[in-house]
Each structure stands twice: as structure tokens, then as C-alpha cells.
Ligand binder design. Structure first.
Ligand code: NAP
Length: 206
């Protein structure tokens, strides 16, 4: 009898703010891997951002909801935002396993720079057993170093890492924040509703 495994995308990122590069990445992964849904999970309080200024979780969550509202395959989850203390991807995957059950296949989608650091993440071995990693790279990434790191991870943990090239990732959250601070337009880099939210809440001005 045919057994259909559920394929669920988990889009992990800070999303400060969410932009078209993220949306194109999620849609490309959904299409390539035949994902039933892609759940955007704005990061809570990850260990590597402890000393960095990040916008309030509520703002990042609401901007993600506004940005994804028109795509019926996209959802946004606040599971990392409501968790106390530091947030780790392994705990997020455990919650997803509880929700979707043993049969689901998870595709954790994130940026190549984050994937490069995955060996430093808590319980990396468990993470790589619990999901497939989809790494989105932007133009200009040092591919030689990246491929070397990916091979290292694949050899250590016998898990394939999928790479998808996303030209739209030339857009970056850092650049958008800098533009707002310097009074430069951000139009067409992100959905209009997110642009309006940034203006209304006076985000990234200082
Ligand atoms: P980051 O260091 O802020 O971002 C790294 C790079 O990847 C940036 O260039 C970023 O571009 C891009 N990026 C981030 N998320 C992306 C996505 N979903 N799709 C495409 N590009 C993306 O990384 P981060 O956002 O904090 O972390 C990424 C994910 O890894 C989060 O889910 C985080 O919780 C997880 N993580 C877990 C651990 C752990 O468990 N110990 C440690 C580190 C990270 P933009 O700035 O334009 O987004």
C-alpha cells in the first residue's frame, strides 16, 4: 500500500525584517521538495545573538504574518518566541515532531551562513537525524569554503545538505535596517505591508 509521508518545511531565521529573499527561498524550497506547508519560525533568543540588538519578537512575528498572508502554503509559528531562556533548533524540532507525529519529514530551511556554523549548535547530531537541512545561498557566497564545510558535515553525520541558490537573497535584512537608518528607500525589497509596519512602528531608525 502506498504510504504518503508528510513533508513539512521549517523556515528558521531572525526575520528582522522579513524580505522578498526569504519569501522566494521558502517558495523555491516548497516547490523543489513538494512541501505540504512551510512554517516560518522567527527565532527566539538563540545563543549566538545574545549580545546583538534584535527587534522585539512581537514585531518580527507580526511582520512575518503580514508578509506570508497571501500564500496559502505559508504559516508562522511563535513557538520560539514564547519559549523561556535561550532557544535551540533541536527543541523546536522536538515540538514539531510532537505536532506532526513520527511519520513527518522535516526540511529545515535557513541561510548558508547559518548552516556554516551548524557544527557549533547544541545537539547537532540529533538535529541532523531529525531533519533534512536546506541551505539557501545568496550571490557572492564563497562557494569553495561552503562546499568544504558541507562535505565535512555530511561525512561526519551521514546526512545530505541540500543547497538552493536564491538570486533574490541579494536582499538582506542588514541592508534594509541600514537603509531605514540612513533614510534610503526600501520599496520593492519587501512586501508593502511590512514596509508600512516598519514606518508605523518607527523600527530601525537608530
Ligand atoms: P543569521 O546569522 O542572522 O543569518 C545568517 C545568514 O543567513 C544571513 O545572511 C541571513 O540573511 C540568512 N538567513 C537567515 N535565515 C534565512 C532563511 N530562513 N532563508 C534565507 N536566508 C536566511 O542567522 P539566524 O537568522 O540567527 O539563524 C538562522 C536559523 O538558525 C534560526 O532558525 C536560528 O534559530 C538557527 N540557529 C540555531 C542555533 C542553535 O540551535 N544553537 C544557533 C544558531 C542559529 P538575512 O539577515 O537577510 O536574513
Amino acid at each position: 500500500m502506498e504510504h504518503n509521508t508528510r513533508k513539512i518545511g521549517i523556515m528558521g531565521g531572525t526575520f528582522d525584517p522579513i524580505h522578498y529573499g526569504h519569501l522566494v527561498t521558502a517558495e523555491a524550497a516548497r516547490d523543489k521538495f513538494g512541501l505540504e506547508t512551510v512554517v516560518f519560525v522567527p527565532s527566539g533568543n538563540p545563543p549566538h545573538k545574545r549580545h546583538k540588538k534584535v527587534s522585539a519578537g512581537e514585531d518580527r512575528f507580526l511582520m512575518s504574518v503580514l508578509a506570508t498572508a497571501s500564500n496559502c502554503y505559508f504559516e508562522v509559528s511563535d513557538i520560539e518566541l514564547i519559549r523561556e531562556g535561550l532557544t535551540y533548533t533541536v527543541d523546536t524540532l522536538r515540538v514539531f515532531r510532537d505536532i506532526y507525529g513520527e511519520d513527518a519529514d522535516f526540511y529545515f530551511i535557513t541561510g548558508a551562513d547559518a548552516v556554516m556554523e551548524i557544527l557549533t549548535w547544541k545537539n547537532v547530531e540529533m538535529i541532523l537525524k531529525m531533519c533534512k537541512i536546506v541551505s539557501a545561498h545568496r550571490p557572492g557566497l564563497d562557494m569553495a569554503t561552503f562546499r568544504k564545510r558541507v562535505k565535512e558535515i555530511e561525512k561526519l553525520y551521514r546526512n545530505k545538505i541540500y543547497l538552493i541558490e536564491i538570486p533574490a537573497l541579494a536582499i538582506s535584512s542588514t541592508d534594509i535596517r541600514e537603509r531605514v537608518k540612513n533614510g534610503i528607500t526600501i520599496k520593492y525589497l519587501l512586501p508593502e505591508a511590512v514596509e508600512n509596519y516598519i514606518l508605523k512602528k518607527k523600527l530601525y531608525r537608530y
